[in-house]
Design a binder for this molecule. Structure first.
Ligand code: AMP
Length: 389
């Protein structure tokens, strides 16, 4: 069901509670932001609201303070950075609820940033009374934090019960638009590229993607659990032997939709620059760390034919060059394909950036966990809670 967008709201003179994802990485000590990417990602929605006459109460979590105030996870450095980026004052609230916050809300400031919502245990418990206090004094709710939408927390779910309209921010809207386009009647052929460490993390994703895609290309360590299930040698590769039965079932369901690597880069010790060889059969004592050149060729040909591509997870031990070669080569192939392409997960995004092709990808999701749950066909509570159009 399509959801209300911030563009559907009459924002003039309204106080809008906007849930953003300001869960930025901080240097030890919590004073210095090491990447402001997430703050920048929210700017279009924040600016849109301000330009349309709204006043904003911004809320986010940061880290895992476990329900207690922790100065190392304060959003204060974010307020300072946001103020620089916006070029107008951002008032940092001492908390996210309570009399001092109520006072700030009533004072007419254009931008207030609430303190970390996870300083209260009620946030992660989706507590209605806490949600009611978050919503106090506000007119509308906007959620732009796609990366938190798979969690039913007070600031993503319960709060929507206390405000008359709950809309998607521009970033949230874009995420939903692209993820929906590649999963509901996508341009065909539609292929998915799935990598990463474990089959067990992505069982539901594989099952759901098999219903959608024409081809599922498997890479990363999860390929070896499938190889093990087929009775092929895997040497010392990372495998989940207890998932072999499940892998067999998934392969039976997939039939010829699923492709596994046909060659592998193997090493005796998994470390950057370790001596390696390319093999079709993994020898005893060696571990697979990347897809080999024949697999790159095979997968690239599939990618070139595709009209839509879903990608999650690296094809090898991407953090340890040169074992990023397979992942980077496929990033280039996806970029050159001209297909509608949606990429999720931090490692795939890094590969796309390393290959210098980010501008040729239709959409890079900002939410790893949330995009995986979407691809698994699950309902995201933070999305379901938004007002239907
Ligand atoms: P995920 O979070 O499931 O997407 O997994 C990402 C992780 O999988 C990265 O840290 C990779 O290093 C790891 N990975 C990918 N391929 C392999 C492999 N062949 N052996 C060991 N780890 C791998």
């Amino acid at each position: 069901m399509p959801k209300l967008s911030i563009r559907d709201l009459d924002l003039n003179g309204k106080l809008v509670f906007m849930r953003v994802d300001f869960n930025v990485p901080l240097a030890p000590g919590g004073q210095e932001i090491t990447s402001d990417k997430r703050i920048r990602a929210s700017l279009p929605t924040i600016k849109y609201a301000l330009e349309h006459g709204a006043r904003l109460v911004l809320a986010s979590h940061l880290g895992r303070p476990k329900g207690k105030p922790n100065p190392e996870m304060s959003l204060k450095p974010v307020a300072a950075r946001l103020q620089e980026l916006l070029g107008e004052p951002v008032v940092m609230a001492p908390d996210c609820i309570g009399p001092e916050v109520e006072k700030l809300k009533a004072e007419g400031h254009r931008v207030i940033l609430l303190e970390n919502v996870r300083f209260h245990p009620e946030e992660e418990k989706n507590d209605p009374e806490f949600a009611r206090q978050l919503a106090a004094g506000c007119d509308y709710y906007v959620n732009d934090a796609f990366g938190s939408a798979h969690r039913a927390h007070a600031s993503t779910e319960a709060i929507t019960r206390f405000l008359p309209k709950a809309a998607a921010g521009l970033l949230m809207e874009k995420e939903l638009e692209y993820l929906t386009r590649v999963t509901q009647d996508p341009p065909r052929p539609c292929i998915a590229l799935l990598g990463g460490a474990k089959v067990s993390d992505k069982i539901e994703v594989i099952e759901n993607l098999l219903k959608i895609v024409d081809r599922l290309l498997i890479g990363g360590a999860m390929a070896y659990t499938f190889k093990l299930a087929k009775g092929e040698p895997v040497g010392n590769s990372l495998v989940e032997p207890d998932k072999a039965d499940l892998a067999r079932e998934l392969m039976a369901k997939a039939g010829d939709k699923m492709l596994l690597p046909v060659d592998h880069v193997v090493v005796e010790k998994i470390e950057a620059g370790a001596p390696s060889q390319v093999v079709e059969t993994i020898p005893e004592g060696w571990a697979g760390v990347d897809i080999g050149p024949k697999t790159i060729e095979l997968y690239s040909a599939e990618i070139a034919r595709a009209k839509s591509i879903i990608w999650n997870g690296p094809m090898g031990v991407f953090e340890k060059p040169p074992f990023d070669a397979g992942t980077v080569a496929l990033a280039r192939a996806v970029a050159e394909s001209g297909a509608l392409s949606v990429v999720g997960g931090g490692d795939s995004e890094k590969a796309i950036k390393a290959a210098g092709v980010a501008d040729k990808i239709s959409h890079i999701s900002t939410g790893g966990g949330a995009s995986l749950e979407f691809l698994a066909g699950l309902v995201l509570p933070g999305v379901a809670a938004l007002t239907d159009k």
